[in-house]
Design a protein around this ligand. Sequence first.
Ligand code: FAD
Length: 500
Amino acid sequence: MTDHAVVISGGGPTGLMLAAELALAGIDVAIVERRASQDLVGSRAGGLHSRTLEVLDQRGIAERFLAEGQKTKATGFAGVHFDLSGLPTRHPYSLGLRQKHIERILAGWVDELKVPIYRGIEVTDIAQDDTGVDVELSDGGSLRAQYLVGCDGGRSLIRKAAGIAFPGSDPTTSNLIAEAELAETPPEWGIHRDALGIHSLGRVEYEIRDGKVVYADRGPVGILVTERQVGATGEPTLADLSKALIAVYGTDYGIHSPTWISRFTDATRQAEAYRKGRVLVAGDAAHIHPPDGGQGLQTGVQDAMNLGWKLAQVVKRASPERLLDTYHAERHPVGARVLRNAMAAVALRREDERIRALRDTMAELLGMEEPRKRFAAMLSGLDIHYDLGDGHPLLGRRMPDLDLDTVNGPRRVFTLLHDARPVLLNLGEPGGFNIAPWADRVQSIDAKYVGALELPAIGTVAAPMAVLIRPDGYVAWVGALTQLGLADALTNWFGPPAVA
Ligand SMILES: Cc1cc2nc3c(=O)[nH]c(=O)nc-3n(C[C@H](O)[C@H](O)[C@H](O)COP(=O)(O)OP(=O)(O)OC[C@H]3O[C@@H](n4cnc5c(N)ncnc54)[C@H](O)[C@@H]3O)c2cc1C
C-alpha cells in the first residue's frame, strides 16, 4: 500500500487544479485517473470566464490559456446576449477554448509540479477511519491517504461511497451532442429553437470575429439536438441521433461517420455536504447542472482553489480541521446560485410565445446598465462574496489585481500570489504592521497604491489601509488605522502564532 497525504480521485479540470494547489503548498498529493491519457473525447466546456482567468493569473499561468484561446466580449444568459464591457478586471471577456485544451494545459502545469498521476486506474472503493482513508484501485492495488478528495465527476463513486446525499431535480430535457459528417449542407447553420428546446448545427472549426462566431466553410459538423424523450439509458447511437434530427429538421442531412456522440440532461443536483470526515468532494462530484451559462468547469476550478490551501494547512497541522468546514460554508452557496441560474436558463430555452415574451423581457432588462453589470459580474464569477461578516466591501470578496509600487519595484497584486501564500498588503505607513509570529506562513508587503478601487457589481470604493489576502485571492481582513482584528484573522485563517 502506498501512502500519500492527499489522494484525488479524478484528474479532470477540478482534480488537476486541486493537485496543483496542494503541490504548490508542498503537500504529497497524487491523482488516480480512470482515463489512460488526458485526451478528452467529445465536447464539453467551451471556455473560461473572467474569474477563472483571474485565478489562473494568480498562479502565473493565465498566459498559457490566453495564447491559445479567443477573447469574446459578449456572453449569454438564457438565450439573451449581452456585453461584458466595463467589467473591472484585467480579463473583461470570456475566453473561447475547448475543454480538451484547458485540460491539456492544466495537466502540463501539474506535470511541472511533479504530481504523480496513476493513469488508466479507477478508484473502486474507499473506507475511512479516524486517521485516514484506504483507497481501493481497479488494478488490485490500494493507496492510503490522510484525506481523499472526490473530483470524479457527476456520477462520483467517492460521493456515493462516503454516503453524501445528492438531492436535486431529475431531468426534464435530454440533449444529444455529437461531431459527425453531413452529406447535405443544411440551409441554415446556427441555433434553432422550437417547442422541444434548443438545437444547433455548426462547423466544428470556427473563429470569433468582433464577438460573433464565424464557422469554417468545410470540415466536421458539431450537432446539438434536443430529444423528444427524456430518460434514455445506455450510450447514444447514430440511429438515435438521426431520429432526433429528423424529428426537428425533417431530415438527418445524410449524417454519417460520427467521431463521438454523447448525451446530457438538465438534471440539477448538489451534494448535501462537501465534506464527510476525511472525504471531500469538489467540482461536478459536488454539483451538476445543465451547461447553460458555461459555469460547471469554472465552479469546479474555483472549488479547488478554495479547498487547496485549506487542506494543505490542515495536513501540515498549521490549522485545525475545522478550517475545512469553511470550504462547504463558502462554496455550497456559490454552487447553489449556479444551479439556480442554470435552471432558469433551461426554462427559457424553449420556443413558445410565452417563453419568447419572457426572454424578450430578460433582454430588455439586460439592456439596462445596472442589471447588465450585475449579471456580467455574476456569470463571470467576479461578484462572488464569502460571508466573513460586516465591514469594508472588500471583506470576503476577491482582491483586485492592483498595480502596486513596492521597494522591489512595480508589482501586480496577483504576482504576489503566484506561490499560493497569503499576503498582508500594507498600503499605509511602511512597517506599520507587525506579523512576526506568522512570518513563516504569511508574506508582509509594504506598497503604495494611488486611487480608489472599482469592484464588480458594487462600483467605486475607497482603497483600504491594509488587507489580508488569502492564497485563493479573497480578502480575509481589511484594516483601517489600527491592527484591530488582525491577529484574530491571522489565527482564524492561517493558524495560531508561532511560539518565539
Ligand atoms: C455539453 C457540455 C457542455 C459544457 N459546457 C461548459 C462550459 O461551456 N463551461 C463550463 O464551465 N462548463 C461546461 N460544462 C461542464 C464541464 O464540462 C464540467 O463541469 C467539468 O468537466 C467538471 O470538471 P470535473 O473535473 O469536476 O469533472 P470531470 O470533468 O467529469 O472529471 C472527472 C474525472 O474523474 C475521472 N473519474 C471518474 N470516476 C473515476 C474513478 N472511479 N476513479 C478514477 N477516476 C475517475 C474521469 O475519467 C474524469 O477525468 C459542460 C458540460 C457538458 C456536458
